[in-house]
Design a protein around this ligand. Structure first.
Ligand code: ADP
Ligand code: 5GP
Length: 201
């Protein structure tokens, strides 16, 4: 773990996007543990059901569809998407403000369309990283092994993968998630370079 303050990077953001099962959550969790004083996770709002290992306010703000729609109408989201049919996900403006007030670089774990919107909005102040699985078969195996999805949800996710992979080269970096320790090392390098963490004060 590296205990360093974020002095040089006010109002920066980093986003990690990928097809479901490619390893976004794994990589983002590692980076948050590695740079706890620098990075802050943008907790998204969603209408999907909570998984047994998840906590409201930490993994997501779990909202009813009615509440989510009220927030859309009130203009409370920076971006939102119906990622799967009847399952809404979105980034609240208040969440970004909360993290910037604490001096954190905001880290997003977000679907490819939302990621494009965030990247277009923040431009050079945002580094956008696409996490790619080594192959479609490996992604399928990982998603099965994670064991979090019903048969229907699994099929919905797999059906989207091809479309999501088409976005791969529209982001700043592609990180291939094969051997995990290597992925973590590469991800750390990406953070250190973008935030100039190794430069003299
Ligand atoms: P995402 O957030 O993109 O949906 P996850 O981070 O949940 O993906 O990863 C999907 C599953 O694959 C999890 O069970 C995770 O532990 C596993 N996983 C992630 N990266 C690797 C890797 N490099 N090698 C093997 N398993 C991995
Ligand atoms: P999951 O249900 O597996 O947690 O997430 C499903 C998909 O929704 C993932 O691709 C995840 O990155 C994406 N997602 C999570 N939060 C947001 C968000 O705030 N906005 C958008 N557009 N997608 C999100």
């Amino acid at each position: 773990m590296r205990r360093r303050k974020n002095k040089k990077n006010p109002m920066k953001t980093m986003l990690f996007t990928a097809p479901s099962g490619a390893g976004k959550t794994t990589v983002v969790q590692h980076l948050l543990e590695e740079y706890p004083d620098i990075l802050g996770f943008s907790v998204s709002a969603t209408t999907r059901e909570k998984r047994p290992n998840e906590r409201g306010g930490k993994d997501y703000y779990f909202l009813s569809k009615e509440d989510f729609k009220k927030k859309i109408e009130a203009g409370e989201f920076v971006e939102w998407e119906e990622v799967y049919k009847d399952q809404f996900y979105g980034t609240l403006k208040s969440e970004i403000e909360r993290l910037w007030k604490k001096g954190k670089v905001v880290v997003f774990d977000i679907d490819v369309k939302g990621a494009r919107n965030i990247k277009d909005f923040y431009g050079d102040n945002c580094l956008a990283v696409f996490i790619a699985p080594p192959s479609f078969e490996v992604l399928e195996q990982r998603l099965k092994k994670r064991g979090t999805e019903s048969q229907i949800s699994f099929k919905k996710r797999i059906a989207r993968v091809k479309k999501e992979m088409e976005y791969r080269d529209t982001f700043d970096k592609v990180l291939i998630n094969d051997f995990l320790p290597e992925t973590f090392r590469e991800a750390e390098k990406i953070v250190e370079n973008f935030l100039c963490l190794n430069e003299e004060e």
